[in-house]
Design a protein around this ligand. Structure first.
Ligand code: COI
Length: 361
């Protein structure tokens, strides 16, 4: 694998400080982008080349560019946080880099070296560090590395050219309600991914496939759709873009990775953070029947969603065909909030980083 150098070609006209500050005061999610982006090309026979940090700008694409037709695309999401001393750090970028490689393998794309992925993210954050929101709040700088097939042509085959990019967007809470519990529609017919499919790859197609089910969830008055497995339509898998955790008193349980569930970095981190706080944590299969029964008999005390964008978001109302119930009286649960604060404390740099998860810039 070639490790390309990334040439710095910064913008002569970054956004004026006053305009940037106005955006940072209320960034929303994924609506505003920083002054720069990183691009690196890959060509068959040559490998990775022409790494550049350039002003953020549209990328011209021929209408026959492969990705526009056959969706050979993968992406990642990670965040940079402002620390109490004003410096900046990203959370477990090596995990995103490795998952990006796994996604690339599944989509028959070239693997970007882990160190190049991290360097590209570091250079962009360093260049646009004024865009990292102030320490202490909910806000952070969301990084979106992605790769597309850029060969021009309509043949269905792995492309012979690719473009890797990193863009950055200041981000507040993913859900407009912040830590207000979200409502879930458990879809018993639509599925997100099948065994042997690409559910464990972070690729746009999985998110496109979720949109209709998400619209059906909205028609049911719910914020998010929850998918069950594709074979038995019984086992809880994940939400449209987040993993799930079930809280049984002092134990937290997340669905076992089956190949059709995305291996979330937040999901993985919480297995450890929970143990650090004295809870038990485990991966296990959880059925929709068990979810309903244990909520109704009171043994399942809380449920929450987790992901880089969503951090930890409590689940309130749950609806399925012919049934509806409330988790923790529709309020954020105590364990959910404790885990949320513990994770955010590590990410914001206000507690000891005993697992070495923060990557200082
Ligand atoms: C993330 O949490 O980073 C995601 O990718 C979820 C979503 C915004 C697509």
């Amino acid at each position: 694998m070639t490790t390309p150098t990334i040439e710095l070609k910064p913008s002569a006209h970054p956004l004026a400080a006053a305009e940037r500050e106005a955006i940072l005061a209320s960034p929303g999610f994924g609506r505003h982008f920083t002054d720069h982006m990183v691009t690196i090309k890959w060509t068959e026979g040559r490998g990775w080349h022409d790494g550049q940090l350039v002003p953020y700008a549209p990328i011209p694409l021929d209408p026959a560019t492969n990705v526009l037709h056959y969706a050979q695309e993968i992406f990642e999401g990670l965040k940079a946080y402002r620390r109490p001393d004003g410096s900046v750090a990203t959370f477990r970028p090596d995990q995103n880099a490795k998952r990006f490689q796994r996604s690339a393998r599944r989509l028959a794309m070239p693997e970007l070296p882990v160190e190049t992925f991290i360097e590209a993210c570091d250079l962009l954050v360093q260049q646009d560090k004024e865009w990292v929101p102030a320490h202490g709040g909910e806000e952070s700088l969301y990084l979106r590395p992605f790769m597309i097939a850029t060969e021009v042509g309509l043949g269905v085959k792995p492309a012979n050219e690719y473009l890797f990019l990193v863009i950055a967007s200041p981000a507040g809470a993913y859900f407009p309600g912040g830590v207000k519990p979200v409502s879930i529609w458990a879809s018993e017919d639509r599925v997100r991914a099948v065994p042997g499919g690409m559910g464990d790859a972070k690729t746009g197609g999985n998110y496109a496939a979720s949109l209709l089910a998400q619209a059906e969830a909205a028609a049911q008055g719910c914020d998010q759709v929850c998918y069950l497995d594709a074979v038995e339509h019984k086992w809880v898998e994940e939400l449209g873009g987040m993993n799930l955790y079930f809280v049984y008193g002092d134990k937290i349980v997340t669905p076992t990775l089956t190949g059709s569930i995305l291996e979330g970095v937040t999901r993985d981190s919480l297995l450890t953070v929970a143990r650090d706080l004295g809870y038990e944590s485990e991966e296990a299969r959880v059925s929709i029947e068990q979810w309903q029964r244990d909520s109704e008999n009171g043994t399942l005390t809380e449920v929450f969603a987790c992901g880089t964008a969503a951090v930890i978001t409590p689940v309130g109302t749950v609806k399925r065909t012919n049934a509806e119930w409330q988790q923790s009286g529709g309020e954020p649960g105590e364990v959910t909030l404790r885990l949320r604060e513990a994770l955010l404390d590590i990410q914001r740099g206000t507690v000891e980083d005993k697992h070495g998860w923060m990557h200082r810039l």
